[in-house]
Design a protein around this ligand. Structure first.
Ligand code: IPM
Ligand code: MG
Length: 347
């Protein structure tokens, strides 16, 4: 029996994870669940955003289904105790370096997209984001200059092994899709990016069937709005991937539709909606549970190899959307649990 760690976290996390759990339960699979506190919720009960019991559960489990962390009430805490450290700590400690963020337009959501329908309809891309390096995990410091000015400093850094292993993931994904890989960097300005580009070009030799191109991140951000249909797999670092994936979400209607997987070298994974905790609508039953439900599907596919069950969930979400089910972010009136009902009905 597979053990799934549930980590609902803060804000809308608990509401959307509850719907994902209902969908998993409805499939009648051989799964067991254990829940642990993370983020601000864990800080309040255990004085740490990632208590040892929660980390231990994540290590023991076959996969982690994660909600969201973050709440403005903790903005004043020192960085090590802020809710975000839960997810950053899990990524780093579990070695979850490969972040897969699929972005596609569900039929019927053309009007919810910020783009013209004919442009939005063409979107079917995968962002492969490096998740345990870059400026996120370089040295962070603040201080005063000799003239007394306050400064902050964060080191951006990648070594070649970190780049090569995520490049392999990107090329492999592209080989299994439409065969096109776009590597996004800022090599016209940053040394980190110059090394990134060099190493990606070296890894390319193992994948002659994949067509590789490079693009600067500013241009990629622009192209993602102008003509997102041109993209198949986008390979990029931690910071650029964070930004581009939020941008891509609005191209397909709502950030409430986007799931993600964070995988280690052996395919163990943590799965989470990319939307975050949305404190402004927390506890009101307004959140869209689709991203969490689709994250559960990714969990079944990547960590448990239950392809048919994953397909079923994805088809049910597509059918619910095609049938007109809409939460507020999609311009509708359904509550979180009513949207869950619609997916369950389509299952
Ligand atoms: C994401 C989030 C996280 C990140 C935050 C919550 C630390 O924005 O998963 O995209 O920046 O990676
Ligand atoms: Mg983000």
């Amino acid at each position: 029996m597979a053990l799934i760690a549930l980590m609902p976290g803060d804000g809308i996390g608990p509401e959307v994870i509850a719907e994902a759990r209902r969908v998993l339960d409805a499939l009648g699979l051989d799964l067991s669940f254990e829940e642990a506190a993370v983020g601000g919720a864990a800080y309040l009960t255990a004085a740490h955003p990632l208590p040892p019991e929660s980390l231990d559960l994540a290590e023991r489990a076959d996969a982690v289904l994660f909600g969201a962390v973050g709440d403005p009430q903790f903005d004043g805490l020192e960085r090590e105790l802020r809710p975000e450290q839960a997810i950053l700590g899990l990524r780093k400690k579990l070695g979850l370096f490969a972040n897969l963020r699929p972005v596609r337009l569900f039929e019927g959501l053309e009007d919810a997209s910020a783009l013209k329908p004919e442009i939005a309809r063409a979107i079917d891309l995968l962002i492969v984001r490096e998740l345990t390096g870059d400026i996120y995990f370089g040295e962070h410091s603040r201080g005063r200059t000799h003239t007394g000015l306050r400064y902050g400093q964060d080191v951006m850094r990648y070594d070649e092994t970190e780049i090569a292993r995520i490049a392999h993931i990107g090329f492999t994904a592209a080989a299994g899709r439409r065969g096109r890989l776009l590597s996004v960097d800022k090599a016209n300005v940053l040394e980190t990016s110059a090394v990134w580009r060099e190493v990606v070009n070296e890894v390319r030799r193992d994948f002659p069937e994949v067509a590789l191109t490079h693009m600067y991140v500013d241009n990629a951000a622009m192209q993602l709005i102008r003509d997102p249909g041109q993209f198949d797999v986008i390979l990029t670092g931690n910071l650029f991937g964070d930004i581009l994936s939020d941008q891509a979400s609005m191209c397909v209607g709502s950030i409430g539709m986007l799931p993600s997987a964070a995988l280690d070298e052996d395919g163990k994974g943590l799965y989470e909606p990319i939307h975050g905790s949305a404190p402004d609508i927390a506890g009101q039953g307004k959140a869209n549970p689709c991203a969490a439900i689709l994250s559960a599907a990714m969990l079944l596919r990547h960590s448990l190899r239950l392809t048919a069950a994953a397909d079923r969930i994805e088809a049910a979400v597509a059918a619910a959307i095609a049938g007109g089910a809409r939460t507020a972010d999609l311009g509708g009136t359904l509550s979180t649990s009513a949207m869950g009902d619609a997916v369950l009905a389509a299952l």
